[in-house]
Write a protein that binds this ligand. Sequence first.
Ligand code: PNS
Length: 163
Amino acid sequence: MTLAVCPGSFDPIHNGHIEIIARAAKIFSEGVIVAVAHNPQKTFRLPLEERVAMVQEVFSWLDGITVEPMGAGLLAEFARSRGAGAVVKGLRDDRDYLYEAPMATMNRNLAGVETVFLAGDPKHGHLSSSLIMEVASLGGDVSDYLPRSVHRHLLEQGLLGHG
Ligand code: PNS
């Protein structure tokens, strides 16, 4: 099967993302490019280099997954430039679907790239980077939701609060 792109902000990457990307890598035998978004108009909690490095560390043990910064352009163009035939997105619920469906149609119209939706495991359905970071900044324990390397990085950066 074709090469796929798994795009996202990954600010930071969490266990819900990892589950989807690992499943995508089993489906797409030509591999998966994890595309880490960079958008000068958007404020990220973590700089691009740190987000890319964290994703790279997480997937260093899995074959078929490469990690790249996406730049500020269109996802559809990024996918086309890499020869990828599909974009993979995880869906937590119907709100995710309603948000993602117009972008899927737009990306198909722009570059003929199909979007494949994977239903996220319900055990990760409550996870988002923003919620995790809000809880973390207020001293809540988020270690169940993040890979150990990411948790350690956030700790080192002083991004885990003390309540
Ligand atoms: O993790 P996020 O923040 O939900 O990821 C959003 C992302 C990066 C996938 C989305 O913003 C995106 O596709 N950005 C690239 C710019 C683009 O192509 N915009 C038009 C979408 S049809």
